[in-house]
Design a protein around this ligand. Structure first.
Ligand code: SF4
Ligand code: SF4
Length: 411
């Protein structure tokens, strides 16, 4: 215990930067739903300080409050004192997780997902079959599992073939101008494989050859969010080693902002190692590096859900992209809150996470939205579930799929 308290004490310098001003209250999605001081960054920092100052004996109890944090980083962006809340909470979770250990079966599943990526890919056909037999199809690509324990959640189809199985290797472009690596992440590799296809084919269309790793190694964020920070560090280092072999690639492209955050922003801070290449989101790459201009035929009323980990400075770019690449009428959402997916949050606290997505879907219904553009697979899963549950008849997709559909038509 003394050792653990010493480790928490090491966070003191970062925690003392918190002036307890409360500015983070207005941005914390969790605090907005329950008004509890233990939900907001300031409260969590105070709780951690109480532990190492010896004012709270049952330190394991504090984990519950840290565990409920969405790791959305909104407090980090709002804080006038520059408190590194994400680093404090990740490290705090890690230390407290040693007191209150993860149940063995959960750790086994996590270890398999993190450390046996080839096994995960080989299991894809089994998961695909299991979902089809164990669920009721309620919409194209959306299923409702018959296991009541899943709480009536609607899940997006798991594909029978992992994306890297089909696209692993170099996907050459005619008239090559550049080479990049596409890092799909687990959700695109096994679920939104069509997003991966769209990324590769759109890039090839514009003369960019795309390396796809033969094996997708998880970015490690699910482990970090469960307090298993060492597993996360190992996943980041394994990815850096695997990505470093693409010596002639100019960038690493992602279509998941959380993977980008995990590999490129938090990864170097937690491992002390450097990511071998700059990691860029696909829309940012198309707009800022390739200056792509294409007008697809997509019509109707669209909106965009901005994922918490999407770079703030690039959100206007996504809006421009949708406005200039489609003929849809763009309806900006007043509710810019987190969708509630938040890594493992929606798995652990599904009832609570439903409240976050329900309010967003209600606004989409009011605005008669029939297309919801989401540049993040985790948010897309959460909002596709909510749309099916709340009766919103809208397509949930990544904007790059519009470009791909258009390119297929004109070819
Ligand atoms: S905004 Fe920053 S300094 Fe103010 S209470 Fe929150 S974490 Fe502390
Ligand atoms: S990371 Fe998000 S949920 Fe967690 S304390 Fe900060 S604002 Fe609240």
């Amino acid at each position: 215990m003394d050792e653990l308290l010493k480790e928490l004490h090491e966070l003191e310098e970062m925690m003392l930067q918190c002036m307890k001003c409360g500015t983070c209250q207005s941005d914390c999605p969790l605090y907005r739903t329950d008004g509890r001081e233990s939900s907001v960054a300031r409260g969590k920092i105070s709780l951690l300080q109480s532990v190492y100052e010896g004012r709270i004996e049952n330190a394991g109890r504090i984990l519950k409050h840290l565990d409920q944090c969405l790791l959305c980083t909104r407090c980090l962006k709002a804080c006038p004192s520059g408190v590194k809340t994400d680093e404090i909470f990740l490290r705090g979770r890690e230390v407290l997780r040693r007191i209150k250990k993860l149940p063995k079966w959960q750790k086994l599943i996590l270890k398999t997902a993190m450390e046996k990526p080839e096994l995960m890919a080989r299991m894809a056909p089994l998961m695909h079959m299991g979902l089809k037999f164990g669920s009721k199809k309620i919409k194209d690509g959306i299923y409702r599992p018959m296991i009541p324990g899943l709480g009536g959640r609607n899940v997006v189809e798991i594909k029978s073939e992992a994306f890297v199985k089909k696209y692993g290797g170099l996907n050459r472009a005619d008239n090559e101008i550049m080479r990049v690596v596409f890092y799909p992440g687990c959700a695109v590799n096994l679920i939104y494989t069509e997003w991966g296809t769209a990324v590769v084919e759109v890039l090839r269309h514009f003369g960019v050859s795309v390396y796809v790793p033969e094996t997708n190694i998880c970015c490690g964020i699910p482990a970090a969010s469960m307090g298993e920070l060492e597993m996360y560090r190992n996943a980041v280092k394994a990815n850096y080693d695997a990505l470093a072999v693409y010596k002639d690639a100019a960038y690493i492209i992602t279509s998941c902002p959380t993977c980008r955050y995990g590999l490129y922003e938090m990864g170097p801070k937690q491992t002390g190692a450097e990511c071998p290449l700059t990691v860029v989101d696909i829309l940012v790459f198309l707009e800022e590096i390739l200056s792509v201009r294409l007008q697809t035929g997509a019509e109707g009323r669209s909106t965009i859900h901005f994922p918490c980990h999407y770079q703030d400075s690039k959100k206007g770019l996504v809006e421009n992209f949708v406005r200039s690449s489609t003929n849809t009428e763009y309806m900006k959402l007043d509710n810019q809150s987190c969708c509630g997916f938040a890594g493992t949050f929606s798995i652990k606290y599904y009832e609570r996470s439903k409240g976050f997505s329900r309010s967003k879907i209600e606004e989409m219904k009011d605005k008669k939205t029939d297309k919801v553009y989401i540049p993040c697979p985790g948010c897309a899963m959460q909002l596709a579930d909510a749309a099916a549950r709340e009766g919103l008849d809208a397509e949930v997709t990544h904007p790059v799929t519009e470009l791909y559909n258009f390119i297929k038509e004109i070819k």
